[in-house]
Design a protein around this ligand. Sequence first.
Ligand SMILES: *[C@@H]1O[C@H](CO)[C@@H](O)[C@H](O)[C@H]1NC(C)=O
Ligand SMILES: *[C@@H]1O[C@H](CO)[C@@H](O)[C@H](O)[C@H]1NC(C)=O
Length: 284
Amino acid sequence: MSSPAQINYSTSQQKVGTLPLVALCKYVAILGLFLFFFYMVLFDKNHYQPFDLFATYKQKWPSSSSTKIISTPFSTPTNLSHIVFGIAGSMNTWKIKRFYTQAWWRPNITRGYLFLDRPPTKEFLPWSPSSPPFRVNENVEVLKLDPKVMRPFQVRIVRTILEMFRFGDQDVRWYVMADDDTVFAVDNLVEALAKYDHTKKFYIGTNSECVKSNFDFAFEMAFGGAGYALSYPLVAALAGKLDSCIKKYSRAWVTSDLMLYSCLSDQGVALTHNPGFHQVINFI
Ligand SMILES: *[C@@H]1O[C@H](CO)[C@@H](O)[C@H](O)[C@H]1NC(C)=O
Ligand SMILES: *[C@@H]1O[C@H](CO)[C@@H](O)[C@H](O)[C@H]1NC(C)=O
């Protein structure tokens, strides 16, 4: 038979043994939950709804998926020699349009090509060294992209991107496409492009200054009259798909710009607006 003192002793021993264990379990559980929450908010990349505080915290760190403007300088800055120009021209209009191109072209410095629909006539031979070297586009009819392809002239122009890529120029960061009456402020263009990461897929230009053109085509489309820039990786990805894209939409084409815009949209590449490009419509 145990004395009251003994009973008290054994009860308090029970209390001493069980209470801290329960409390400890609670603390461990709470700590576990807290750590789990902390992990979810700070380290889980799929967690897109952090508190604003954490969003700010995250934004301070350049993430690998940030594509806009370069955050770290490249080993070498982009200069004029990294740009290859593709100018869409035609023999019928070159006589007048060549003055626009010659106004900005720097012989032996600017790299690129004038694309023509047919070889130059005698009048233009020998070819002027103050004009870009010419190339004759592949014949769209021969390509048999689609027997009912509409506007083969526009298909020829959009395919200059593909043909130019196949020339395999070295150390190209940007392909800049333009019309034969586009005038570039070359140094400004270099400065503008140097701000973007040429190792990412970029489609840079802007919409027309004529609002009707934007309604007719698209507000998110670059216009060739102003010129636009495509990064090398973008052109490399597009090259293998352009012809099948042209086939896919063969009857939808109105202009080569719309063609390119549609093909790039199919690949999930949106236009990066740069207001330094100016598309002016001449209604005369
Ligand atoms: C442009 O940069 C390259 C290095 O990427 C360099 O080799 C070349 O000399 C530079 N060209 C000019 C014109 O500054
Ligand atoms: C361009 O280079 C060629 C040789 O590659 C040379 O004959 C010609 O004089 C150069 N033109 C200019 C304007 O420097």
